[in-house]
Write a protein that binds this ligand. Structure first.
Ligand code: SF4
Ligand code: SF4
Length: 401
């Protein structure tokens, strides 16, 4: 049976596609546009094209024209929708309020179901996750060992759990090492799943429109935490947190038996309760980059800033675009795997601005940003030390005795 272009969309998404006025306000905020200038992949153009698919196959046009959409048009659309970093800045700026961070993965899924997506190495993700539990095809035995700090005790079961996530564990190790040092400094008992048990949260599969494994992954993780008595799951990766908050309940089939907290929220709460203190004597001028899935995704904007300002001798600078309107680091939406040059060029826009503003360190809070911005720095004319927020705080935090 032929698929309908509206089959995978809710009424809300269909309404959004219909409601786009083609005003082009979104264009000013699209990082892919900034580095490519290719209008065929602009947010409003993708929406216009998809609306055209619906009208040509199901609307009056389908009766009048009675012709198939050429494969080349579908392939070009697929490339456009996968070249996007899914940063959601277009949706944030959209006067109509179109939630593009949610819409793009659904359009990607439609193209996957039509056999046109995903692109390149993104196709290997499901098999890697199925066989190794992570999208990097790395052995589970290397998930924690290379970075886990010595002397930190992990409870067999506890009300608090920490989820490291695949990108942190395999690609941004100073970040997850910092997380665990900070969790230990707070002093509340916390548990972690074993190296074989902690598998991918599902985000790379969701964002590339490959949904088949999601239900089993999510059920496996949620049940593992539930059986350990977990009431609060702490995680630092914005993509994981976004997936857990917004999509885990749907794939689990009901409300989660625990709440999800970003590590900056967890630590800021501990700081307010006086459980930890920060010690620092070195003057530091920092600039903080908001990860798309943390600021626009789940609205965590203030806690990272409050933590950084609580460090003595810190001066905190801001990017021109910050908070909900922050610019993507270039790594999002699994686009970095196949549109590498775009990702590096976008990351360098943030490096340039951080250097121009006179920051001494660029503070990140996302493992994908960490990996991509570090890569973009290599051999580049502008240089600035990069640090993850928990990596930084792990060097200044003390438990209050
Ligand atoms: S800002 Fe919103 S309404 Fe305007 S063109 Fe972009 S998506 Fe459409
Ligand atoms: S989500 Fe980001 S990269 Fe994708 S179209 Fe919108 S602004 Fe551009």
């Amino acid at each position: 049976m032929k698929r309908s272009f509206t089959e995978g969309l809710s009424r809300k998404e269909m309404l959004e596609i219909k409601a786009c006025t083609q005003c082009r306000e979104c264009l000013r905020y699209c990082p892919v546009q900034e580095v490519t200038g290719d209008i065929s992949i602009a947010p409003f153009e993708k929406i216009r094209q998809y609306r055209e698919f619906i009208e040509q196959t199901e609307g009056l046009k389908s009766l009048l024209l009675k012709r198939e959409i050429p494969r080349k048009v579908l392939e070009d659309f697929t490339k456009a929708v996968f070249e996007c970093t899914t940063c959601g800045a277009c949706g944030e700026a959209c006067p109509v309020g179109i939630d593009t961070q949610r819409l793009w993965p659904l359009l990607r899924r439609e193209m996957v179901l039509r056999g046109l997506g995903p692109i390149g190495s993104q196709r290997e993700l499901p098999l890697a996750v199925k066989e190794t539990g992570n999208p990097y095809n790395q052995p589970a035995s290397k998930r924690y060992k290379p970075w886990f700090p010595e002397g930190v005790e992990i409870a067999r079961s506890a009300e608090i759990a920490y989820y490291a996530g695949c990108t942190g564990a395999y690609q941004a190790r100073p970040m997850v090492r910092g997380d665990v040092i900070v969790m230990d400094a707070v002093g509340e008992p916390f548990t972690m799943l074993g190296e074989e048990e902690e598998v991918c949260c599902g985000f790379p599969l969701f964002i590339t429109g490959q949904f088949e494994l999601l239900e089993s992954l999510v059920k496996r993780l949620v049940e593992a935490y539930r059986s350990r008595g977990v009431k609060t799951l702490v995680c630092s990766c914005p993509c994981c947190v976004n997936m857990m908050v917004k999509d885990w309940p749907e794939f689990y089939g009901q409300k989660l038996p625990f709440k999800i907290v970003h590590i900056t929220q967890y630590l800021y709460s501990a700081l307010k309760k006086g459980m930890v203190v920060f010690h620092n004597e070195e003057p530091l001028r920092l600039i903080y980059h908001d990860p798309c899935y943390l600021s626009r995704g789940v609205g965590v904007i203030e806690e990272p800033r409050r933590l950084l300002r609580a460090i003595p001798e810190v001066e905190l600078l801001e990017f021109d675009r910050h908070g909900r309107l922050s610019r993507c680091c270039g790594a999002g939406g699994a686009a970095r795997k196949v549109f590498h040059e775009n990702a590096v060029a976008i990351a360098r826009l943030s490096i340039d601005e951080a250097v121009k503003k006179g920051a001494q360190r660029l503070v990140l809070s996302c493992p994908a940003c960490y990996e991509k911005v570090n890569e973009a720095m290599r051999g580049y004319k502008n240089q600035i030390p990069i640090v993850d927020i928990m990596e930084l705080i792990s060097g200044v935090i003390k438990r209050r005795r």
